[in-house]
Design a protein around this ligand. Structure first.
Ligand SMILES: Cc1ncc(COP(=O)(O)O)c(C=O)c1O
Length: 393
């Protein structure tokens, strides 16, 4: 098996990397450890780097279409990894999964109508609803005593039955709580939406990042489903801006494409295509190694928090590379917790409160980073907690 290097930290300063640019100059100098924005601190697979270098060498970067080489690579990947096939006619290309969510809001609802989301959830699920003048309808996830999250199906039924509810944006696997939904859960979500005439759009961007659990695409639950996915999280190529909308229902596809065409969107990015073909055809071994590395990082995080904060502090990370950690025992509100972790511990997390009020007192830690950086972060946290007086003497 090929060896891949996940241990080396690459200096991203000066590349306009969002995660690193979020730091002040002083923080960058001090070496604050960033565990925030959801991209990896790992270089992409060698096969992807080679494909991009070849594509760059070509020297001509003109308008590009969705050809069979791309569709077949994606279909092969989806069949092998997720047991799902789809037809070329069901595929639309979008410049990102978030734009896909926003276009769905515009395609399937009118201003003022309701969109169901499940906080704590990736913030754009809420902003694309509100910024487009639609009404947010919250079906908060329920946190169990062991730190895992479940869907409140009774409340979801009630929301879906409200005539205002027209669309549900469903995150599967779920960012930030790390759930990989079971077949029964997926079927129930599908049935509740279908029986109440609520359009369901499923964001499956984290589909390939699972740890011992099997992700089931919603399109396997029902062939007419609408799913969004991308190579971006899986292979750490979000800057190449390529994502897939796979829409089983032709009428719904017409509506979605109508919105896409209004912004003249939907074109294939030249470099994104080159990277994705290589990734889908040759990237599996790299992904397997990256997942193993992330799982070992997760084990270290559990080892750190369980003795300090208790067994339920870290929600089971069934999917994603994002650990969801309960800091509420510190007795700090969201802003105070942010100041503690950032200023006292010199760590940059994704603050729990950005995922909705349900995330207040939590932090989301990105575990796709070199182990030494994670260990540095945990040591800093340990020192900060000591100064905070969390440990009984
Ligand atoms: C659930 C989810 N959807 C979408 C995105 C971003 O998608 P894109 O960069 O393709 O717009 C993220 C990134 O963190 C995410 O976690």
């Amino acid at each position: 098996m090929e060896q891949f290097d996940f241990d080396t930290l690459t200096d991203r300063r000066g590349t306009s990397a969002l995660k690193w640019d979020a730091m002040t100059e002083a923080e960058q100098r001090d070496g604050i450890v960033p565990l925030s924005v959801a991209d990896m601190e790992f270089k992409s697979a060698p096969c992807i780097q080679r494909a991009l270098i070849d594509a760059a060498r070509h020297g001509l970067y003109g308008y590009t279409g969705t050809d069979d080489a791309y569709v077949n690579a994606l279909r092969g990947w989806m069949k092998r990894r997720h047991g799902l096939d789809f037809a070329k006619e069901e595929l639309s290309i979008v410049g990102g999964v978030v734009p896909g969510l926003a276009l769905s809001v515009r395609a399937f609802t009118q201003p003022g109508e309701g969109v169901i989301v499940q906080p704590p959830v990736y913030p754009p699920f809420m902003s694309v609803v509100e910024l487009n003048g639609r009404k947010l309808m919250k079906n908060p996830l329920v946190r169990e005593a062991d730190g895992s999250y479940h869907i409140d199906f009774a409340q979801l039924e009630r929301l879906a039955a409200d005539p205002e509810a027209k669309l549900m944006l469903f995150c599967s696997p779920h960012n930030p709580v790390g759930r990989v939904w079971t077949e029964d859960e997926l079927k129930t979500v599908w049935e509740i939406c279908a029986s109440n005439g609520v359009m369901l759009v499923t964001d499956e961007i984290h589909a390939d990042l699972t740890h011992g659990k099997r992700h089931i695409p919603m399109k396997r639950i029902n062939s007419s489903a609408f799913i969004l996915n991308a190579p971006s999280k899986t292979f750490n190529v979000p800057g190449l801006q390529l994502s897939n909308a796979i829409i089983g229902d032709p009428e719904k596809k017409k509506l979605f494409d109508g919105e896409l065409w209004k912004i003249e969107g939907g074109s294939m990015p030249y470099f994104g295509r080159a990277a994705a073909i290589a990734a889908y055809n040759e990237g599996e071994e790299w992904l397997t190694s990256a997942l193993r590395y992330i799982e070992e990082n997760y084990r270290l995080v559990q080892e750190f928090f369980i003795p300090r904060f208790g067994n339920s502090a870290v929600s089971p990370m069934e999917g994603t590379y994002l650990a969801w950690v309960d800091f509420r025992n510190l007795g700090l509100n969201g802003k105070e917790l942010e100041s503690f972790t950032r200023n006292e511990c010199r760590l940059l997390f994704a603050e729990g409160y950005i995922f909705g009020s349900e995330g207040e007192g939590f932090e989301r830690m990105n575990l796709a980073l070199p182990r030494q950086e994670l260990i540095k972060a945990l040591n800093r946290l340990d020192e900060g907690l000591r100064r905070h007086g969390i440990y009984a003497e």
